[in-house]
Design a protein. Sequence first.
Length: 287
Amino acid sequence: MTTKIWMKSSIFALAVILSACSGDAKDTEKKEAIKQSAEPAQVADQKEEPAPEPAASIEEEGIYIGQIDNNSIEVEAAGDTLVLRLSDEVRDTVAHLEEGLKVSIVYKKNENDQWILEKITAADSGTGEPAASQTLKYTVNGTTVEKEAALTESEQDYYFYKIDEFEFTAEEPRKDVMFATEFAETFVRIEPLSENASIEDLKKWANDELAAVGEVKEVNGLETAGPAFESTQLFITASKDSFKKYIVIHEMESGDKVKYTINLAQHKKTAEWEQAIWAMLSTLKTK
């Protein structure tokens, strides 16, 4: 082989080698680019799924079957027998329900896959009988409060709705008392008045009673206690140090009259309890 032919062969071989190397480099660059473009998609695929939304509450009507134990009841609704666990807000209401009563219920499933009863009230039966419970709404320092209240009946032929922070008992003669369970110095004396009661005498005695506490002031019932007390025959108050007292003679739509004596001793819940008392008394009706 001549020297010229050998050189041509060498040059040709070198060109083939360089071409192959160039191709390998391009292939490598292309694979790297593909790999990099795929990585964001893989990262996106690995993102966490959004947390499930809280279960929505369900509202239905049914028939109250009864309590299974201290923590659960049965209600026939939606074509099935529902087992509902009791929340703290409904225990007092459930305690006053009669078996076989038509009820409205609000319930939802918790994180443990249990049905939790949030609210239960007696549905309108059309009989004119009062419902077993009622939701009371009142405002405390600008905040609206909603609480379930149970039907509470007196031997003196009246009834009202009471929240479970208060106790109710009879007192002699012809008087009942409702007091805060946590602090009995906060209480209301409820005294239905007879038809022949002298309102003028009652007003005089009420003023004398409050004068022993402090300066007696007349109060606007609507502004202080709400629409139910817009028309009262007496609404006065007196205060001393950390103690406030009201005496109210209230004439209801039925024409019956009732006297309330409200004692509010200083407590961290005094403002809340005062508004709760007005809300409960506003539901009072004679039978």
